[in-house]
Structures are given as structure tokens and as C-alpha cells.
Design a binder for this molecule. Sequence first.
Ligand code: DX5
Ligand code: ZN
Length: 214
Amino acid sequence: MKKIQVLPSLLAADVGDLRGGVKRAEENGADAIHLDIMDPHFVPNISFGPDVVAMAKRTSPGLYRNVHLMMLRPDLYLKPFADAGAQTIQIHVEADCDVGNTLIRIREMGLRPAIAINPETEVEKLKEFLGIVDEVLVMTVHPGFGAQKFIAECMDKMRWVRAQRPNLDIMVDGGINYETGKASIEAGANMLVSGSYLYKQPDMRKAMEDLRNV
Ligand code: DX5
Ligand code: ZN
């Protein structure tokens, strides 16, 4: 079985101290930091942009940067995020661009391409991209906000992807705590994003270790 990785989502950190949020993830042994980038056409919210990715790189150069582009046109923004220090770039299958070509460009930039899927999208839409990505991101909330409730039905997608491609990394994002993290691992996920649950822990290190040791 693949090693379990835990990625705090910076969206849940104190917005007045994002640098502290990056440091806290690193100091507690996070496997990577998850950076949620939103445009208001793709989701009903706006978060942050490349400058925050660059800040994460300056703050904790050794902490891997996993960048989740919840954007309608991620294809137009690959370079700014790559220049800022993104290492994995996740784009959505629902994006309004040539998704396959964008994934290929991400790899050509020397970065790790990943495809994300929203709760309402049929999993078969992923099929044509499974051969050109390293990672699939299964959303278990409707993207746009932290601290929402985990949508358990999305676990079928993890099982489906795991059955199709046993070697792919499967990440889960949205409403992850100890119980939903455990259920997701059982369904085939090996990378867990967690925002509000991890950042509110008095002992973030222990909460991440508990998840890894599920
Ligand atoms: C949702 C984001 C998630 C979010 C997760 O739009 O993609 O990464 O920050 O937050 P929690 O763990 O609080 O659901
Ligand atoms: Zn995310």
C-alpha cells in the first residue's frame, strides 16, 4: 500500500498570518502544503494568487507546494504559478480549456500534473486523462470554501480510480477529519488534504500522525 501523506490546506490558516500557517505546517511535519487558488467564475469565492505560493516557498523552501487551481482558465496562469514555485499543479476536469493539453504543458514545465474532479461530475470524465497525470484529486465538498461537510458518495470515485490505475496517487480534499480521512483511505485515497480540522488542532503533529497511521 502507498504511504499516506497529509497536506494542510493554507486556506484554513489565519488570513492575517499566512506565513505562520506555512511555518506551522512545516514544523509539525506536513508532507506538503496545499494552496487553494480560486477565481470567482469557477467557484463563488476568491482566495489568493501566485504571491502566496511564492511566500510559501520563501518561508519554507523545503515544504512541497501542491497548488490546486479552482479556475475556469488554468491554462492562462501556468507560468505565474510555476514561477512562484508550484511543484504539483492540479487543474479541474470541469475547466473551460483544453484540459489534456494543459496537463501536458504542466509536465513539460517540469511540474507534476494532477486532475481534479468536483462532486457532481461523473467519474468517467477522468478516463481520458488517467494516462497523463500522476495524481487525481477527488473533491469531497463543492469547492470554494473550507469547513464544509464531507460528501460520502464521492468515495465511489476513489474506488473507481484505484481500480483503473492502482499506481496513481489519489488525493481527497474537503471535510477531512480523522473519521472521513480513514474512510477515504479505505476507499483508495493515499493523500489527504485537511484545512479546518488540522488548523484548529492544539497538536497538529499528532493529528497528522494519527491520520498517517490509520
Ligand atoms: C475547498 C478547498 C479545500 C479546502 C478544504 O474549496 O479546495 O482545499 O480548503 O478545507 P476543509 O478541510 O476545511 O474542508
Ligand atoms: Zn483544495
